[in-house]
Design a protein around this ligand. Structure first.
Ligand code: GAR
Length: 199
């Protein structure tokens, strides 16, 4: 069974839908651990409610690479094969990317390569696009630049606020993230350069 490690910083709603799909037998995987860089992340509590080992790793005082070494140590100790960033609000170091090449996924609230980085939904509103969306991708050395696995478009409505748009995008995130993990767990993702083929 594929072993997952999930990294979060906040409420962990993407993490939760993946936990629930695994529990229902929809994804052939198990969660080895959930790690947060924020002590008060609500997602830690939710993961523990599902009897998943979930803990805080303190980044304070550590360089990016030293913190990532700590995370990778915890992941490898538990034989984690695929790492899921689920609202993990830190940039991953090249060290981490090399240790888990094409084995780290991220969910982002825009149709990449549009609006990378923070506040993808706010950026879409400020730009005035009519369509934005959600993207699941593998993580490479750049910020939200890795090979794209799945995307889902979401319309931007005239009366949208950052909150209403985020909510509409989140619904799609909750569909495509578990699906991408399922495809990976079934061995159906092939990465060829920047392109991901679904077998
Ligand atoms: C999600 O909307 C995710 O796409 C976004 O943070 C939210 C986390 O929600 N991630 C990023 O913006 C990454 N740059 P969640 O904790 O409820 O899954």
């Amino acid at each position: 069974m594929l072993k997952l490690g999930i990294l979060i910083s906040g409420r962990g709603s993407n993490m939760l839908v993946i936990i629930e799909k695994i529990e229902r037998g929809n994804i052939p995987a198990e969660i080895a651990c959930v790690i947060s860089d924020k002590e008060d992340a609500k997602g830690l509590v939710k993961a523990r409610e599902h009897n998943i080992c979930a803990f805080f790793l303190d980044p304070r005082g550590l360089s990016r690479k030293d913190y990532d070494k700590l995370i990778v140590y915890e992941l490898k100790k538990r034989d984690v094969e695929l790492v899921l960033l689920a609202g993990f609000m830190r940039i991953i170091s090249p060290y981490f990317v090399d240790e888990y090449k094409n084995r780290i996924m991220n969910i982002h609230p825009s149709l990449l390569p549009a609006f990378p980085g923070l506040h993808g939904q706010r950026q879409a509103l400020e730009y005035g696009v009519k369509i934005t969306g959600a993207t699941v991708h593998f993580v490479d050395y750049g910020c939200d630049t890795g090979p794209i696995i799945l995307q889902k478009p979401v319309p931007v409505l005239d009366d949208d606020t950052e909150e209403t748009l985020s909510e509409r995008i989140l619904k799609e995130e909750h569909k495509i993230y578990p699906l991408a993990v399922k495809l990976y767990a079934e061995g159906r993702l092939e990465v060829i350069g920047k392109r991901v083929k679904i077998l």
